[in-house]
Design a protein around this ligand. Structure first.
Ligand code: RP5
Length: 175
């Protein structure tokens, strides 16, 4: 597991111990995308996190997307804001499942991000989540759910997490 760090190795080239890759268009997306990272950490899922910009670092994007499966990545969570082409461009270069998180943009509150990610042409799927923190959180849960199909440990921890959430919802309302 790793936090976003300027000293992270070039993950486009090195084999990964992570099952999930979290990528984002800018370091400014991390406050949102770390919700996905936190969920994965809580569920004991190995992940890596790095900045890959469709517009500012296109070569890094191609290297990441083309190399992800070979490096051992099983699920990709891609978050971006504004003209959010990152998830779709990654999906165009890999058959791994890609979960897209629309980051809340300053100008249009993430509606631009959502529409940029969700309207993929038939044949190149991106599983699009909600705008912002809820979307990032659910991307982490969905990635764990996908991995739980072949990992009983993750399946058990995921079921426990969901039950704990259910148990935490009070029946009564009080001031
Ligand atoms: C997108 O542009 C990023 O995903 C980010 O949400 C947005 C703004 O990026 P910064 O200008 O904050 O780096 O590519």
């Amino acid at each position: 597991m790793s936090d976003l760090s300027p000293s992270s190795p070039d993950m486009a080239a090195t084999a990964s111990l992570a099952d999930v890759a979290i990528v984002m268009g800018s370091r400014s997306d991390w406050p949102t995308m770390k919700k996905a990272a936190g969920l994965l950490r809580d569920l004991g899922v190995n992940y890596e996190a790095q900045v890959v910009s469709a517009h500012r670092t296109p070569d890094r994007l191609v290297a990441f997307a083309r190399g992800a499966r070979e490096r051992g990545i099983k699920v990709i969570i891609a978050g971006a804001g504004g003209a959010a082409h990152l998830p779709g461009m990654i999906a165009s270069m890999t058959t791994l499942p890609v979960l897209g998180v629309p980051v809340k943009s300053k100008a249009l509150s993430g509606q631009d991000s959502l529409l940029s990610i969700v309207q993929m042409p038939a044949g190149v799927p991106v599983g699009t989540l909600a705008i912002g923190d809820a979307g990032a959180t659910n991307a982490g849960l969905l990635a764990a759910s996908i991995l739980s199909l072949s990992d009983d440990g993750i399946a058990g921890r995921l079921a426990h997490w969901r039950q704990a959430q259910t148990d935490s919802v009070p029946v009564t309302v009080e001031d």
